[in-house]
Design a protein around this ligand. Sequence first.
Ligand SMILES: Cc1cc2nc3c(=O)[nH]c(=O)nc-3n(C[C@H](O)[C@H](O)[C@H](O)COP(=O)(O)OP(=O)(O)OC[C@H]3O[C@@H](n4cnc5c(N)ncnc54)[C@H](O)[C@@H]3O)c2cc1C
Length: 380
Amino acid sequence: MNVLSEEHKLTIKAIREFVDQYVRPKARSIDKGEYPRQLLRQLGKMNLLASTLPQDVGGAGADTLTHILIVEELARASPSLATIMEVQSSMLAENLYHNGNKVHREEVVPKLASGEAVGAFTLSEPCCGSDAAAIVTRAEKRGGEWVINGTKTWITSGLYADYFLLFARTGSLEARHKAITAFLLRRSNCIETTPIEVMGVRGTGTAEVKLNDCRAGDDDVVGEVNGGWKIAMWGINMGRLNVGTIGLGIAEEAFYEAYSYAKKRVAFGKTIAEFQVIQHYLAEMYARVEMLRSFIYSTAKMKDSGDPNFPLYAQVAKLMGSRTAVDVVRLAVQIQGGYGYSKDSHLEMLYRDAKATEIYEGANEIILNTIYKFMREKIA
Ligand SMILES: Cc1cc2nc3c(=O)[nH]c(=O)nc-3n(C[C@H](O)[C@H](O)[C@H](O)COP(=O)(O)OP(=O)(O)OC[C@H]3O[C@@H](n4cnc5c(N)ncnc54)[C@H](O)[C@@H]3O)c2cc1C
């Protein structure tokens, strides 16, 4: 694509080499539950884990499109690793760099960007995922410190996190998002984590996180007291572009796997790629992948140019990226027939992983609500 500079092309080359050498051989063991901590450290060493951050805190001073290209390539081989990476970079490290205090920026961000420490974005609760403004985990001021109690669920990297960017209620339930504060908590004995078995994006350390009288100081508040919603949304808008990109990586990989299989598999005396129905499936898959790529890359550029439509386009990227992933990988499995349904096929894993992109970082029904809200403001 002509939006890619020579530097972008070099990034693609470097990350593809990394993925082929280190990620592809590990993808199935990650899918079986192995948390890829070493791969995070390797990405950190290459300054590719949180690449948009400045070099002095462990980034590469890169643009958002570079970050997106890295997420896309990781997702082709292991959507689990791409998921962990995007949470750690966009929702934690970059969020803390832009919205945290001096200690967060100078001490915690470099550890997250290097992969030395693991971070978890800790918002959803058993009561409330879509309706996150109704969370009930409480932080109460007692004797000059905050005391936090509650239960979080579905937390990516929760099982292994050293730092939790945690959202808790600091006012009335009726005040909804206006009474939520963000805290950065270090793992300690007051935090109890229990693994949750999931269908796809396995090996991401998904966990329930219980907070039992956790103590925090005012310095552990990220942003303003009762200003946590802004911190959550800062992470989530970029997160949604990331999830659309994970969808792009999954769809792209599924298309190439199915195309290569169709050209080799023989039935009724010819390759299945010679049947028009298979050609149409492949053409449809290709068209959807390329359309999505174009949209995702231009949305990444909008972020850096400060385009006010970025939040709207990030939602569209999430919606269309996740749908494309699910639809394209479904057709790809169909093209591989019985093999596509077996554990020997990479597509079997991608099919399960794709489904998660329609749910996490906002279920698609919520994304549609948000698109409608933005759209209504834009089109008077
Ligand atoms: C693999 C995985 C990883 C995750 N990682 C994290 C993480 O790191 N951090 C974190 O905080 N959370 C995480 N989540 C949680 C995720 O964000 C929530 O699952 C998601 O927001 C949906 O919330 P819920 O599961 O409570 O579903 P619910 O809110 O109960 O929704 C159930 C269904 O009802 C629909 N629905 C709800 N309200 C409306 C409405 N107003 N209009 C129309 N439809 C509606 C939803 O769209 C959905 O289809 C993760 C989830 C998964 C599956």
